[in-house]
Design a protein around this ligand. Sequence first.
Ligand SMILES: [Zn+2]
Ligand SMILES: [Zn+2]
Length: 327
Amino acid sequence: MPATQSDVSGFREVHQHVLKLALPLPFELESVNVYLVALDDGYMLIDCGMETEPAFIRLESALIARGFTWGQIRRIFLTHMHPDHMGMSKRLLDLTGASLAMHEAEAKHLSMIAGAERRFPWLDIAYAQAGVPKGLEDTINAHFAEVRRNFHPLSPDMLYSGGEHIPTALGPLEVVWTSGHSPGHACLYSKERKLLFSGDQILENITPNIAWHPGRDMLGEYLDSLRRLAELEVDLILPAHGEPFSGHRAWIDETISHHGERCAEILGLVAIEPRTAHSLVGDMWRKKLSPINHHFAVFEVLAHLEYMQRQGRVRHREENGALAWYA
Ligand SMILES: [Zn+2]
Ligand SMILES: [Zn+2]
């Protein structure tokens, strides 16, 4: 049977010169999208999927079905360094000989953790301060061991700081720095076509995880970058998870209010009695979370606490090695 436009395993044209393919993920979030954008000579691949055999086979067979060869991929652009986006990049760079491009802040962040035997060096302190029990921390760490295989050291050929334009068959794609979901997350924007490759910055039915990083206000950075995206004219959002959709301004308004509500919820809880980030998770996520999701929840709560601390709405004091937050 010939492959059709709706063939879930193959590339689908979502706009002239743009092909989308969903690659499987071994998570609750079931797939990640990669996009092929036509260049004057060959294609640019936006994101790479996770380093798993099913994802690799899906990508390879989709390329073959379209009659493409690896060598036609001349450039790889990574929106950010999360494992579902960069995991397969090393393998694909070897196969294609493509040049690699990403935001300089993301490359710097990756260089700090890639190749390290262990997880982020500052996580030990962060877990202790958040009040995460040692047993749970060990379980989370064991679950992450598999994911850490995806962090390879990479040597990008092009580093962007935001504002640069990549020439493509669509016209120039502007690199838009959108820190928050990760420090050097970048979207690609076509002003002419009103298209936004949004990575994990804007996703259809979910809000991306915003995780605390030492010394930074990740939620503040995320909300600021959303406000800048709201100023752009966009007809079609091409996200890294889920289907393309329209209405970025409504999505941005809803997401900003969602984080406002989350802040209010935390404020209400810490006003009753001082609380650790770990204990807040139990109140805010009513279902039982998997160890990895518990980790994300703790860091999301910490990002909200940091944001409110900078606004003078919450403070903390040390209690038995952990930080107790109060209004
Ligand atoms: Zn991500
Ligand atoms: Zn993602």
